[in-house]
Design a protein around this ligand. Structure first.
Ligand code: BDR
Ligand code: CA
Length: 311
């Protein structure tokens, strides 16, 4: 078994990723820690609990963490592309499971400190919780084997500002702390979750054809994201950023190309805030701190989504 903490600002694509992780055979999710990002914190906690319920497997404890970025206010929650509830405006009733009392950051530190086996983190939202854990317990957090994060971009359009991807941009100071923490980081950028990995109409029909609760959930909770992609990009697809990061964790041999590099982030310039800078040619001589995934196998990715939803 591989042990994971999932850190998430649970909206609709986070939910698909959480269900994939909970249904993966050789993965043990020890905790789900929530952070404000797509939505305010209470909504992310509510949606994380619902995701666990829809997965229908075991029930990792769910913790609430940072309610805002480290040094700025939370941005873009009113116009969240995942809907007012983050779940396609389905407004499902609350899950039966309740959130735990401890703070997510304390729990992350405790789990890492007491881990007797390797422990990894899958990060699906802004990196605020993880940065706070690094600030409070830098030596403990160095025990984390790897953080795999959905975040950044390298050559395609961005989804937030002209220069930045949402998770990285929402709390760029936190991203900086995590990049400088000494923990190995795998970044799954926007580039690998558009194009051939998009869930198109035929894929959605296939998901519906399973007649499963999970298959329907994947489509229903992503209804607003689908509409957002139609309205913004004229594309009849559901993009799956967080599930691509989950897929990289669940089936690493799905990765077809990647770059090892030194990555830094701009936090000062107002226009460049949140822009990632990659030193692919090692010109700076600075140490490698980032594995940037540049290609995953789209058929295998979709098959994993289908397999997850097929029962
Ligand atoms: C990221 O931002 C959020 O909208 C998604 O959940 C994903 O984590 C994509 O930029
Ligand atoms: Ca997310």
């Amino acid at each position: 078994m591989r042990n994971f903490i999932i850190d998430t600002d649970t909206a609709s694509d986070d939910a698909v990723a959480i269900v994939m992780m909970l249904r993966a055979k050789d993965i043990n999710v020890q905790a789900i820690t929530c952070v404000a990002g797509n939505l305010d914190l209470p909504k992310t906690v509510r949606n994380a609990l619902l995701s666990v319920q829809f997965a229908g497997t075991y029930k990792p404890p769910v913790y609430a963490g940072a309610a805002k970025p480290m040094f700025r206010e939370l941005m873009h929650v009113e116009d969240c592309p995942h809907g007012e509830d983050g779940f396609g405006n389905t407004f499902y009733p609350d899950a039966e499971q309740k959130a735990e009392k401890e703070h997510a950051v304390d729990k992350i530190i405790e789990l890492v400190k007491n881990a007797t086996e390797d422990i990894e983190i899958l990060a699906l939202g802004p990196l605020t919780n993880l940065a706070l854990a690094v600030v409070l317990a830098p030596d403990v957090m160095k025990k984390v084997k790897r953080i795999t994060a959905m975040g950044g971009q390298f050559k395609m359009m961005n989804d937030c500002t002209p220069n930045a991807e949402f998770n990285i941009w929402q709390d760029a100071e936190a991203t900086k702390i995590v990049l400088e923490s000494g923990i190995p980081i795998t970044l799954c950028p926007l580039d690998i979750c558009y194009g051939t990995t998009e869930i198109d109409r035929a894929d959605r029909e296939k998901l519906r054809s399973f007649h499963t609760q999970v298959g329907d959930f994947f489509i229903d909770c992503n209804a607003c994201l689908l509409q957002y992609n139609i309205d913004s990009y004229d594309k009849d697809i559901i993009s799956m950023p967080d599930p691509t990061a989950a897929a990289v964790v669940i089936a690493p041999d799905m990765v077809e190309d990647y770059r090892e590099c030194h990555a830094e982030i701009e936090v000062k310039s107002p226009d460049g805030y949140g822009q990632l800078l990659y030193d692919f040619r090692h010109l700076s001589g600075k140490p490698i701190n980032c594995t940037l995934i540049t290609k995953i196998n789209p058929d295998r990715f979709k098959q994993l989504v289908f397999d997850t939803a097929s029962y």
